[in-house]
Design a protein around this ligand. Structure first.
Ligand SMILES: NC(=O)c1ccc[n+]([C@@H]2O[C@H](COP(=O)([O-])OP(=O)(O)OC[C@H]3O[C@@H](n4cnc5c(N)ncnc54)[C@H](O)[C@@H]3O)[C@@H](O)[C@H]2O)c1
Length: 437
């Protein structure tokens, strides 16, 4: 099939590449000329495991092409995916202007039947607005489909190739059949393609993200309470998670959720509720608790240093909002760094993939090192913000030798308390007892 994808970011590029992988001919359109030039040169503009192999293979086979021209995309594709940003607006709602702007342009340009598929996360009712924006000028028939994306950065290729479900919101038989044909190769093992109306599809995405953010946040509150009463959140988590109604996943406490989705999606759903005179009280609490949680290590650091952080140097391991991505949008590490800088401390940071993105934000305010151990040189303590695998079994002898105060503030509970005790380090984590030398 002939596919175009408008917006070639984390979602658009993975969508385009994976659709090419099943034999479709794909044109990815992006407004960012530098990005398009890079991709035409064979460079993957984001870090996403396994994407490079598929990217190279499909470019090589001539199935994956890039363009800055929407016109070219529209001439090529029978199905046009919109994978455009829907960032947080000033008032917390989702800014759908990128989506509606492109929809308007599409309306002015289409001359034959197209299926316009919205993959961006958008508030309920947006597909109707997209339809109106296109219809205002369209000279041909078209259908609008809502097809929210559930991929996780870091596992995006796998998630796209083997989705747990595909949600199609459509009231057109013709468009639904095309979408089912397109997605059939991805659900051969029997996972469902769930067909529903557009509004329900739009809400499914927000409901899923808001639920997951709530689950994480609930566990963070339990962890905070554990600290006050001397319980161990690891034990509580294991005890709870074995209940199949609860499940083991998304129960790991830490310094809050970040990323390009949960923060803005929870806010947008809350805001959409308010517009209908409905207050999502749970979501209001989730937003509050997560904001507090992102700096949950700060009181521990300040207490250890008697409130005197000025002149201290901290190594920070992990900057990305989660492992296996270079995405730093709303990353808790940034809140931690801001708070440390505000207290007059210095920061030496290391991340396997996200340092370039963070450099753009901080320029020379913090130092970046090319290995995790170099970040420890001359540092008083270590702060861990992202659970990258390489931080999980570090050389503790080296850590002890390099850190002046032999202290770790771990926002991701990476280490076993017994191991830390054996190694002779001071250790503060989330929802567990402190290990003091
Ligand atoms: N990142 C995720 O993990 C994820 C997962 C599921 C859903 N989503 C949703 O998917 C959507 C896209 O997210 P993303 O993370 O891929 O965003 P992104 O910022 O990585 O990519 C968006 C791309 O769109 C391009 N763009 C902007 N305006 C354009 C225009 N007029 N024409 C062509 N290209 C244009 C930008 O240059 C950018 O490359 C959002 O609604 C997001 O909420 C994201």
């Amino acid at each position: 099939m002939k596919i175009s994808v408008v917006g070639t970011g984390y979602v658009g590029l993975v969508t385009g590449t994976c659709l090419a992988e099943t034999g479709n001919e794909v044109v990815c359109v992006d407004i960012d000329a530098d990005k398009v030039a890079k991709m035409r040169n064979g460079e993957v503009p984001i870090y996403e495991p396994h994407l490079d192999v598929l990217f190279e293979r499909n470019i090589g086979a001539g199935r994956l092409q890039f363009s800055t021209s929407l016109e070219e995309g529209l001439n090529h594709g029978d199905i046009i995916f919109l994978a455009l940003p829907t960032p947080e607006d000033e008032d917390g709602s989702a800014d759908v202007s990128y989506v509606l702007g492109v929809a308007e342009d599409i309306g002015k340009r289409i001359t034959e039947y197209k299926v316009i598929v919205d993959k961006s996360t958008v508030p309920v009712g947006t597909s109707e607005k997209v339809r109106e924006a296109i219809a205002a000028n369209a000279k041909s028939d078209f259908d609008v489909v809502s097809n929210p994306e559930f991929l996780r950065e870091g596992f995006a290729v796998d998630d796209f190739l083997k989705p747990e479900r595909i949600v199609i919101g459509s009231s057109s038989q013709r468009a639904t059949e095309l979408m089912e044909r397109l997605y059939k190769p991805f659900v051969r093992s029997g996972n469902p393609i769930i067909i529903m109306d557009e509004k329900s599809a739009e809400l499914t995405k927000y409901a899923a993200n808001a639920f997951l953010a709530t689950k994480i946040t609930f566990m963070n509150e339990i962890a905070n309470y554990c600290e006050r009463v001397g319980a161990d959140v690891d034990m509580v988590r294991r005890g709870m998670g074995t209940d199949s109604r609860i499940g083991k996943r998304f129960l790991f406490p830490g310094i809050g959720y970040g990323g390009s989705c949960f923060p803005k999606d929870v806010k947008a759903l809350y805001k959409s509720g308010r517009e209908e005179d409905y207050e999502f009280k749970i979501l209001d609490a989730v937003l509050d608790v997560n904001k507090r949680q992102k700096v949950a290590l700060l009181p521990k650091i300040k207490k250890f240093y008697d409130n005197a952080l000025s002149g201290k140097t901290f190594a920070v391991w992990g900057l990305a909002f989660k492992p296996e991505t270079d995405d730093i949008r709303e990353a808790p590490a940034l809140d931690v760094i801001d708070a440390l800088l505000k207290e007059g401390a210095k920061v030496q940071a290391f991340d396997p993939e996200a340092m370039d993105n963070v450099k753009k934000k901080y320029s020379d305010q913090i130092t970046f090192t090319d290995t995790m151990y170099k970040a420890l040189e001359g540092a008083d303590g270590l702060v861990i913000c992202t659970e990258w695998s390489i931080f999980r079994t570090p050389n503790f002898t080296k850590i002890k030798e390099l850190l002046k105060d032999k202290v770790i503030f771990d926002g991701r509970n990476l280490y076993d308390l017994m191991d830390i005790e054996r190694e002779g380090l001071t250790y503060f984590s989330i929802g567990r007892k402190d290990v003091l030398l």
